[in-house]
Write a protein that binds this ligand. Sequence first.
Ligand code: FEO
Ligand code: CA
Ligand code: CA
Ligand code: CA
Length: 597
Amino acid sequence: DNSSSGAAPGTDFDPVAPNTEDRVVVPEGYAQNVVIRWGDPVFDEAPEFDLNNQTGAAQEKQFGYNNDFAALLPLDASGKRHLLVCNHEYTTESHMFPGYDENNPTEEQVRVAWAAHGLSVVHVDADLREGGLTPATSKYNRRITLNTEFEMRGPAAGSDLLKTSADPSGTKVLGTQNNCAGGVTPWGTVLSGEENFHQYFANAEGVTDPAAKQRLDRYGFSGTASDRKWERFDKRWDISQEPNEPHRFGWIIELDPHDPRSTPVKHTALGRFKHEGATVHVADDGRVVAYSGDDERFDYLYKFVSDKAMKPGRSSRARRHNMALLDEGTLYVARFTGNSPESEIDGSGKLPADGAFDGTGEWLPLAHNDESLVEGMSAEEVYVFTRLAADKVGATKMDRPEDVEPNPTNGKIYCALTNNTNRGSEGNAGADEINPRVGNKHGHMLELDDDHTGTTFGWNLLLVCGDPGDPSTYFGGFDKSRVSPISCPDNVAFDRHGNLWISTDGNELDSNDGLFVVPVDGPERGHVKQFLTVPVDAETCGPVINDKLVTVCVQHPGENDEGLTSHWPDGGTSHPRPAVAAVWRDDNGTVGEIGRR
Ligand code: FEO
Ligand code: CA
Ligand code: CA
Ligand code: CA
């Protein structure tokens, strides 16, 4: 331990205080730069970004909108050359196009929006003495948009439920949308979750068949015209014309950024729901376990266990084998049981007599390859209508499971439950030990001790978030007078010490969103410290924590129903642009370790 302050390794810095500044605020002694913004070139031939003259063709060559997940994949051992892989979750047309008419979007605006979704792969060079992390063009640079062909794989590929007039095979889909969080696999690819995919589709309201209607309702499809009116320019967004197109979104996708010609994949074996993302743990026997949350109030936590073991190495043979691991295996959903009497869970967040929100749980199997394990549903139905399958087996309704990720240091699984203000409201589930607050505004952090390939686990709540002065909060038993306030945990990451890093979305404490670190083991367990805050009305996401560099996505700066509220990153009176930011110590030292180079 080389800290001067008793801080846990990797957490020695002066925390950033809550604030509402229109900039990225970092601790004393740290530097930062803007890595890449919406509209910046991904290819040499990309036209310069022109807010007032955007075209779909230009956006296909530029960094997309609303970066959410980010991965930084080393290209060699130098620590200087990486591939930055970013998701572009969604578009906000009224903030993208000056003078936008929401009733009459132009075809060009719609084409820009299609190209602004998806992912970007960008070579980045790190030089912390010369200005941080900077993009460059390379043979790897790539845009994935709503026009990029994907291959559907796994047990539901080719199902009648996935066939459309444009794709009678049910195996080829154009594009990906609403990609939220994600993960890097141990074999070097990127997984990404298609989350709120329902919002892009029109005319659910006209569907009268009761079974079809029930399925659409359960996934949140509603109304007539869609907000973005894409159905005017491509009938696939119109459910009355292409009833199966919605089934082709809501999956975990996999992209191999090291092969720029590869066809990205949608993995049906991981089920279809509002996937926040997916992350992988390798079990002792080599089989892989993918964890994934369904981010909706009262929805569920899932895992998938592969049949086959991972092959070591990065040969093309190993890579091909490993990229098929997520196509064969068993899909499970979680049921949680508390160990305290129900009478001690009063919905206020008051700790039960045993001093912990904790208990055990089991993974309920839904399907294994072509075999359904849910009565009354075929395997294809389980994969395509996974929420209905999980309803039938009695999974536990959670407070919006966002990112869920294995900690490589202690092997435990951490899941952000971002909030659920409807918990305990009329007609909804009340508090239980795993979701212990009614009207849960600030969310909580779950720690799972999972028998990874098995069906049982132990669990406890590491944090019950909010202002530490609020008696309903809990910070792992740590002294609450010494912690940073934290609200609405969303994405999680780990540093080399196994400290948990948490980014927030929707802070309900009169401060901008931020990035926090908290040790999970030892005497500092629960000592939450804020490492940075993002500009006004932005969300912090996609954190990557390396020894000398912290990277975050700054999503939707200035996004507010009242109009744009930020001028980040260019300042003055400029139009805000979602962008990626990098932070490092200005003496080039190790993040969170004062005095250590
Ligand atoms: Fe797109 Fe669940 O956050
Ligand atoms: Ca987001
Ligand atoms: Ca308990
Ligand atoms: Ca998220």
